[in-house]
Design a protein around this ligand. Structure first.
Ligand code: SF4
Ligand code: SF4
Length: 263
């Protein structure tokens, strides 16, 4: 009756430029550990995002680059250069941010090359256990307490981080893009959705599987209970088993939209 609890921020976007990562954290909410994938976004896809932004006159308050570990993308320097050039030329109020785990020499060398004007958010991860992570793979749809829930409400992530883009297209949040990669449903939008798009059906599908939905609202780190190991509920167990077994061509975020690659 009161409407939906969360709505995707229209002026924030997170771009997962890769699902490869040099760390294998437990409970990774992009499934980089649970379902590894060395696929990256291409430079053409990043350029296409810029073109779509220009053609739709979309204003972004923040464009955040992450993954996976973005600093191990072989073209990360050029990706940041493309975004920075666009920002300086066409959208000076936009913050370009890159989020890195800061782990290892290769990553640190790439961080040192990040051009001035890009904000680096370094989470300085040192190992596989992140005590403040949530149980991402405990799908609420497997829990009887959520039997009557409308998952289209989403959670704080879509509101605070905005919509997501990866090699498979646009999603209501970047986490939902990572979920689609594993479930192989090809739900990514092939072009930038119009401003005001609320992605309700996409949220209904993704949030039913997403452990972040359980909390709903942001829980301060100090109030979180550390997760023991990496619990997988039946929906995730089945999805990871399918992902490990089978390969399905997924549509890519490409000109024309009808591409595909082995995932
Ligand atoms: S560093 Fe980030 S992307 Fe990599 S495994 Fe850990 S949580 Fe996932
Ligand atoms: S519950 Fe998960 S998929 Fe849904 S909005 Fe939150 S982070 Fe995204």
């Amino acid at each position: 009756m009161l409407g939906f609890a969360h709505t995707p921020a229209q002026d924030l976007i997170e771009i997962d430029v890769t699902f490869a990562c040099n760390l294998r954290c437990l409970n990774c909410d992009r499934s980089c550990t649970q379902a590894p994938d060395a696929g990256h976004m291409t430079l053409a896809q990043v350029e296409r995002f810029v073109v779509e932004t220009r053609e739709s006159a979309r204003r972004w308050r923040r464009v955040r680059v992450l993954g996976g570990e973005p600093m191990i993308h072989p073209d990360i320097d050029r990706i940041l250069a493309i975004l920075l050039a666009w920002r300086d030329r066409e959208s000076p109020d936009t913050t370009i941010e890159v989020v890195t785990n800061g782990h290892g020499r290769h990553v640190q060398e790439a961080i040192a090359r990040v051009p001035e004007g890009v904000v680096v958010k370094n989470t300085r991860k040192a190992g596989r256990v992140q005590p403040k992570f949530e149980a991402f793979n405990e799908a609420p749809c497997d829990d009887a307490r959520f039997a009557w829930t409308d998952f289209a409400h989403g959670c704080w992530v879509t509101e605070e981080c905005g919509i997501g883009l990866n090699a498979l297209g646009y999603f209501p949040c970047a986490v939902a893009g990572g979920i689609d990669r594993v479930f192989r449903e090809g739900a990514g939008r092939a072009s930038l959705p119009a401003e005001g798009e609320t992605f309700r059906e996409d949220l209904r599908r993704a949030c039913a599987r997403c452990g972040h939905f359980r909390g709903g609202w942001w829980t301060p780190l100090e109030d979180r209970t550390p997760v023991e190991g990496e619990p997988w509920s039946p929906t995730w167990r089945a999805a990871y088993a399918r992902a490990a077994r089978g390969r399905r061509r997924l549509p890519l975020y490409t000109e024309g939209g009808a591409g595909g690659r082995e995932q």
